[in-house]
Design a protein around this ligand. Structure first.
Ligand code: HSE
Length: 310
């Protein structure tokens, strides 16, 4: 049995504009690296975070990697002590699925470390336990892509059914993370509890169109389907310069743009890496005009998800 496993869990973009709580995709980068080691001491211990973002609890009941691993061990009746080190590459409270990145990498690592032979679908419910602990709601639109990779449709949570969408070639994502925080809990609280039937009907058209566009590779359909009538009207108010950033992506030639997860990061999809770079720069400039410094990421859509590094 090996005593130490290192794994990577990618960032992910939940909602993907058209599919609030039901669409999400994995990025090639950034991501979290999690190292899990066997320990002689009972229980789960988490070392202070390292990496670009470090302000997270080490209490295993409050850290999503710790919650997910404890949930996995409990289900399997395992009492083995485990030490967890997390090198955070995904911004915290940035809307890029940071909690799922750590949890997915930790689960994949522990699965390997203890030779549990769980499939990724077997592991998914344990990330949902950690998402529930972090936000109060077990949404899977970060958890599924970070673990499984690809562009996912969460068709149902109970029973858990996740579909992998086709990904047209050469689609690239620009993500710009402004230097501010939004808690997912807060971003959910400002949403209305009910919506008019007319709004629901329009949004059904957008998500159905988006999926049709993905499955046929028709970029025109994708472009006109990247519309969010549910969260954007409310959450855009939390992000300084939101509409200017969005306008900048249109002018730079993106297919569409919206809030990444619950924000404050914003993302855009483009039909080439070159356009995605220009789009990201224009987003960064617009954020700067709104008084916010930011980091940018250009990434493909990762088909890999969480994986063992060594
Ligand atoms: N779908 C969730 C939300 C994702 O938008 O609240 C949170 O990252």
């Amino acid at each position: 049995m090996v005593r130490r496993v290192r794994a990577f869990g990618p960032a992910s973009i939940a909602n993907a504009v058209a599919g609030f709580d039901v669409l999400g995709f994995a990025l090639d980068e950034p991501g979290d690296v999690v190292i899990c080691s066997l320990s002689e001491k009972a229980g789960i211990r988490i070392a202070p975070m390292t990496g670009a973002f470090q302000d997270l609890p080490t209490d295993p009941d409050k850290n999503t990697a710790g919650v997910a691993v404890q949930s996995l061990l409990k289900k399997h009746g395992i009492v083995q002590g485990i030490e967890i080190e997390i090198q955070k590459g995904v911004p915290i409270m940035g809307g890029m699925g940071s909690s799922a990145s750590s949890a997915s990498a930790a689960l994949v690592a522990v699965n390997e470390l203890l030779e549990l032979k769980c499939t990724k679908m077997d592991l998914l419910p344990f990330i949902l336990d950690s998402e529930r602990a972090a936000t109060g709601v077990p949404h899977a639109d970060n958890a599924a892509p970070s673990l499984l990779g690809g562009f996912n449709l969460i068709q149902s949570l109970e029973p858990l059914q996740v579909l992998a969408l086709d990904i047209p070639p050469n689609i690239f994502c620009s993500v710009v993370h402004p230097h501010m925080y939004i808690k997912t809990r807060d971003a959910r609280e400002i949403l209305p509890h009910s919506i008019p039937m007319a709004v629901a009907t329009k949004q059904m058209g957008h998500i159905a169109g988006f999926i049709a566009g993905m499955q046929t590779g028709d970029l025109d359909i994708i472009k006109r389907s990247l519309v969010d009538e549910l969260a954007e009207p409310h959450r855009s108010k939390l992000i300084p310069g939101y509409w200017e950033v969005k306008q900048a992506t249109e002018e730079a030639g993106a297919l569409g743009c919206g809030i990444s997860g619950s924000g404050p990061s914003m993302f855009a999809l483009s039909q080439s890496e070159e356009i995605a770079k220009q789009v990201a720069l224009s987003m960064q400039k617009a954020f700067s005009v709104a008084g916010l410094k930011s980091d940018l990421y250009i990434s493909g859509i990762s088909k890999l998800g969480a994986r063992i590094l060594d």
